[in-house]
Ligand binder design. Sequence first.
Ligand code: 13P
Length: 249
Amino acid sequence: MRRKLAAGNWKMNGLRAGLSEMQALAEAHATPTVDILLCPPATLIAPARVTLGGSPIALGGQDCHAETSGAFTGDVSAEMLKDAGARAVILGHSERRDLHRETSEEVRLKANRAQAAGLMTVICLGESAFQREATNTLDIIGAQLSLSVPDSSTGENLVVAYEPIWAIGSGQVPSPEQIGEVHTFMRARLEHRFGSGVGRSVRLLYGGSVKGENAAEIFSIPDVDGALVGGASLKAADFSPIVTALEEA
Ligand code: 13P
C-alpha cells in the first residue's frame, strides 16, 4: 500500500515569522495518518526543523545542484539540504524548467545526486496549455518522465508530481478524467520501466490549484496518492483541510 502524501511547496515565500503557520499545522495534525511534507525556501529549513520539534511533518528543499560542492555561486547541494534537516527535494518544477531553462536531463542528474544523498525526490512533470492543444499530452509527459527520473529510483526515494502548467496558480483544474488519464499512464510507464513492484510503490501526486474545496474530488481519482500544493500550503488554515481530505480519501 502506498502511504498518501500531502506536500506543500512554499516557492519563494516565507520569512521566519511564517514558521508560526508550520507550528499551527503541526498542532492540528499531531498524529497524521498520511505523510506531510513542507518545502519552504532553503533559508527556513533549519529553523523550521527546530520549530517542528518532534512533529512527523517532514521538510524538503525546492531544488538542488547536481554536484555535492564546489564553485557554484548561489547554488545549494542535496547534502546541504539534508544537513539542514530536509528529507526530500522537489526537482524539475515547471517554474525551474521555464524560468531557469532546466532540461529533463539536468533534472535527472540532480535527482541522481539527491537520491545518493538519501533524499526523497519529488520530480515534477507537466504540459503547457499550448502543448495540450497542439500535441499529445501523454507524449510530453512520457518524455519528461523517462528523461527526468533516474535509474536509481525506488518507491522510497521517488515521488512523481503531475502539474499541468496551465493549472498552477490559475484556479483552473483539469477534469478528473484528464488527471486520471495522465496518472494511469504514468503508473503504467513506471511499472514498465521498473517492474510492477517498484512501479506500483511510487507515489503519484497531482498539483495545480488544489484547495480545500476540490481536494476530496481530486483524491478520489485512481492513482492519485496525494497533492503537491502551492498557494494553499502557505497558511495552516488552508492546508489543513487538504490534509484532512487526504486522510479521509
Ligand atoms: P498552486 O497550488 O498555487 O496552483 O501551485 C501548484 C504548484 O506549483 C505546486 O508545486
